[in-house]
Structures are given as structure tokens and as C-alpha cells.
Design a protein around this ligand. Sequence first.
Ligand code: ZN
Ligand code: ZN
Length: 410
Amino acid sequence: MSVDAASSSAVDTDLAAAVERLRPELARLARELYDHPEIGFEEHASVARIAALLAAHGVDAEVGAFGLDTALRATAGAASGPHFAIIAEYDALPGIGHACGHNIIAAVAVGAFLAAAPAVAEIGGRLSLIGTPAEENGGGKELIIRAGGFDDVDAAGMVHPSSGSGTSSVLGQRTTGVRRVAVTFHGRAAHAAGAPWLGRNALDAVVTAYQSVAQLRQHILPSDRLHGIITDGGAAPNIVPERASALFYVRSAEVGQLRDLTDRVVAVLEGAALATGTRAEIDVDPVPPYLPLQTNTALTSRWTQAFAARGHEIPAPATPPQGGPSTDMGNVSRMVPSIHPSLGLGGPDDVFPHNAAFADLTVLPAAVDALVDAAAALAATAVSYAADPELRAAAAAEFAASGGPSRWEE
Ligand SMILES: [Zn+2]
Ligand SMILES: [Zn+2]
């Protein structure tokens, strides 16, 4: 073992001990968020709990940062030092609570920040905790990017829970980008039995659009996804619907392909209007697009090393996943070198996020063990970023080689 490796493992041990002392408070935070889930942009009580926990440890956090009521920012260390941002999410899903495990994300982030902040400050680095609202429905991270919240950040990291025991596909992890396309068709109301010939049926337009998107789905790349719901199907069967609406998600692993596929969906919607004699009111990107995640392997390797040292087996990355979910952390990952490893909570592999059973996993003892170890590993990554110029250089070189900073542009 080199001197550097030996001192790094000693630092990791200190950080792990610091997180271990926080275990009861982190478990309580994850539990309280689980008990009181709040959906995107409504996370007022959730962010207040996080701020209160930080205050109990002498950290003055700003709630309402970046012009968003439920965003949070806390900073430690030297303003001029290398700046690592730990990202917290805490929004829940409508009707199924913390079925994406963002209560775990928040607890990991707070634990990592509190453990790492003193060490980062002593080294002369800078550490921020950035609480980002509405990952599920609003693209809070992109809104914070637009507000300049990442302009002075050099690297960023967060951890997302998953099912199973391993941290599946930590290295080379990809997610799809996603754009939303909302459509409202405007037809003409009429008595559905008395004078249907006078009507122009907006629900027929939605059904035609839905079926046409299903046909389009046969002719897209295996890495891409199209899916949607009907959000308004009319008022009563005896009224020809004069208005009906749907919301579609368009996902792709590549930014250019995301644009092309969105154009094809828009053409389908316009075709449905033409076929039914209605008018399509199409809203592309009612919330900001989420870009495909670009994992920084230099930083992820550091996280993996620290996490494995806590006794976790980390499976070799599988072949690149086809399709899959999206995250607004993708947008951050294209601004600065970023990590977003997944954290197995120990449940059965068939309990996947966005199912209510997954929320229940997040408060079991195995999930608390996992979050404590993940917080220690994230703290170790943040401290290494401040302490190790070679790690910073490797992360920056890899980021530059993949094209450097990029933003979504209309
Ligand atoms: Zn989710
Ligand atoms: Zn999530």
C-alpha cells in the first residue's frame, strides 16, 4: 500500500466513524420523509426537516435558494477551493410516496455533507450541499443550472437507491434523456346521439394519437422509449368531447436522437388532428428536458473503492442497459464531472422503483445500513476531490474528452 493509499484509507475510516455517529439521525430523516411524502415543488416540510438537521449540527442552510421555494444550499470551506457539490433529492411520487427512494438520497447527502465538511474545509477545498426539488416532475436541477447554481461548481455527486443487494451498473452507468410532449385536441361539442354529425371528436384524436405512437414504437431504436397517458378524455358520453388531452414521454440514450424522435411524435399528433378534423395544441417541454447521464468513471472509481471497503460487493457492469429511466442529474453531469451510483437496498430484485413496495424497502434496517455506507463513500469521494489533485485532473480530462460542458439548447 502506498503512503497516499494508507492515508486515504485512514481518512475514509474517520469519515465512516463520523457517519456512523449520525446513523440514528439519518435513519430518522429517511423515516420522517417516508411518513410524510411530498411531491415535486411541494417539499416544504421535507426541506425544513433537512435544514433543521443541518442546524442541529451548526450548519446554516439556505432554504429557497436559486429562486425555488423548496431548494436548499449549504456551503463549507474556502470560496476559492476546488468545489464539490453533494446533491440531495427529496420529492415523492403522486399516490405511492417515496417509491423512488428519494428519502434515502436525502439522508445519504446530509450524512455525507456533515461528515466531509470539516475535512474539506481543513484541506482548503469547498463543499456544498445542494437540495434539488422536483426530480420526478419538474427538472429542479435544470432550473438551478439556469439560475447559475452550478456555475462555480467543479464536480458533483449523489447516490440513487435501487432494488437488490448489489450496486448494479455503477461504472459506465447511463440513463436515457427524456422530453415531455403535452397535447390538447380541440374539436366541436355536439349531442352524441342527437346530432353527432355536427361534432368533431377530440377524444378520437387522442385515441388516434395514442395508437399511432404505439405504431411508431415499432420503428425506434431499442435504446429509446415512448409512453403516455390520457389526461383528459371528455366530460360525458352523451357529449362529443370538444377537448381531450394526453401527455407523452419521449426517451432516448442520445441527445440528437431525442430531438429527432420528439419531432416524429409531434408529426403523429398533427396527423391525428388532421384525421379527426380537430386542432392540436402541442406543448413540447412543459418542463425542461432531462439529458442522458454521463458518469465520470474517475470519480465513480473513488466512490466504488470506498464503498467496497465497507464490505460491499460491486458487480461488474453489465452490457450497456437498453432504455431505462431518466434523471435531471443527467443535466448536471453535462455541466461538471458527476457521479450517480445506484445503491442496492437489499430487497428482492423484482421490487423496482415506482412501485409502492419499493417505498417500504427504504425504511428497513438493510436500507439504513446501505445509506450509512453510501454516505461514508460519498464523503470519501468529496474529501478526495479536495485533497487529490491527480483525481481532479483525471476527472477533468475525462470530462473534456467527452466534449466538456454542454447544455440543452433550443
Ligand atoms: Zn423516480
Ligand atoms: Zn428517483
